[in-house]
Design a protein around this ligand. Structure first.
Ligand SMILES: CC(C)(COP(=O)(O)OP(=O)(O)OC[C@H]1O[C@@H](n2cnc3c(N)ncnc32)[C@H](O)[C@@H]1OP(=O)(O)O)[C@@H](O)C(=O)NCCC(=O)NCCS
Length: 279
């Protein structure tokens, strides 16, 4: 994710390591000026993260020492999800343009009010005292996850450093959580760890949390926000699409979630654009 020097030299080490450790996939994050070096070494570009390096785009390249790891099982279903997200996005885009054109400020106000949570829900930042309940929720929500969210200690440690967790409570019980993993050096943040309990799904909770995280990131002068989300989950893709994120690629069999490796879609948004839109 942060290599220096010529990639050709790094590539030889990676190759040897992959063979020794039976690694199935090698993933490299790189700035635009290094793309050619990656291509020369046989790596394939899978996607981009806009504004990842202090406003400069990041290119994600991969190579699959284990061939089967590079073959997606659910490509068609995942393409359909993206297609329906993009259709929805075009519709929203038209509505936004129309509103801007006629300067219908009221309609924006109404939209904001419509999005607001009903009184039984409370949205707030997570505090250390929430860690036990959060760990239980994550344990119930994900059989397997790339980060140990089911461990209270991990939550406490990350909460204390670079991760902002926001949650929604209903009658004092946590029903939805999401986080932003912030990199203050680059000004980019990954929105991740999204979960809503089954009984509260489809009520717009995760969208509220993502929007609130973005607002906080903007206030902290972060430049860009992105997510790597499960390509086979309609809800999470629809949420990012309808919040104005751009789809910028798919990472095949990238993360171990639930029962095995899953494809992850990349969605990005420049937060400075959001500030301009609000003005
Ligand atoms: C994905 C998940 C977090 C969505 O949470 P949620 O609170 O139900 O999401 P929202 O209600 O804010 O819905 C977001 C959008 O997706 C739609 N949606 C939600 N679930 C959907 C589903 N199963 N199928 C189709 N659309 C769905 C909603 O209608 C909404 O669309 P809108 O923008 O038109 O209003 C939730 O389903 C979940 O916890 N899943 C299991 C954990 C998981 O996979 N997390 C994602 C990790 S990347």
């Amino acid at each position: 994710m942060d290599f220096t020097g010529l990639f050709e030299e790094v590539s030889e080490t990676l190759k040897a390591l992959a063979e020794a450790e039976e690694v199935g996939k090698i993933i490299v994050y790189t700035p635009p000026e290094k793309r050619q070096e990656l291509e020369t070494c046989g790596y394939i570009e899978e996607g981009t993260i806009k504004g990842y390096y202090a406003g400069k785009d990041c290119y994600i390249f991969s190579i699959y020492p284990e061939n089967s790891r590079g073959i997606s099982f659910y490509k068609e279903k995942e393409n359909q999800i993206i297609e329906s997200c993009l259709k929805k996005d075009r519709k929203i885009g038209k509505t936004r343009q129309k509103d801007r054109g006629f300067r219908k400020k009221e309609s924006w106000k109404k939209q904001k009010e419509k999005k607001r949570l009903s009184e039984e829900y409370t949205l707030r930042p997570a505090v250390q005292a929430d860690a036990t309940a959060m760990a239980v929720l994550y344990r119930e929500g994900f059989q397997m996850y790339p980060a140990p969210l089911h461990m209270e200690n991990y939550l406490l440690k990350t909460m204390d450093s670079n991760v902002l967790y926001l949650l929604i409570e209903k009658h004092g019980k946590i029903v939805s959580i999401a986080s932003a993993e912030m990199d203050p050096k680059t000004g980019s943040a990954e929105i991740t760890d999204c979960l809503t309990v089954p009984s509260e799904r489809g009520k717009g909770l995760i969208k509220e949390l993502i929007a609130a995280l973005e607002k906080e990131l903007s206030a902290r002068n972060f430049l860009s926000s992105y997510t790597l989300c499960r390509a086979s989950s309609s809800g999470i893709n629809i949420a990012f699409a309808s919040l104005g994120y751009t789809y910028t690629g798919r990472l095949v069999k990238n993360c171990r979630i639930e029962s095995g490796f899953e494809d992850m879609n990349i969605w990005c948004r420049m937060l400075s654009e959001e500030k301009l839109t609000e003005e």
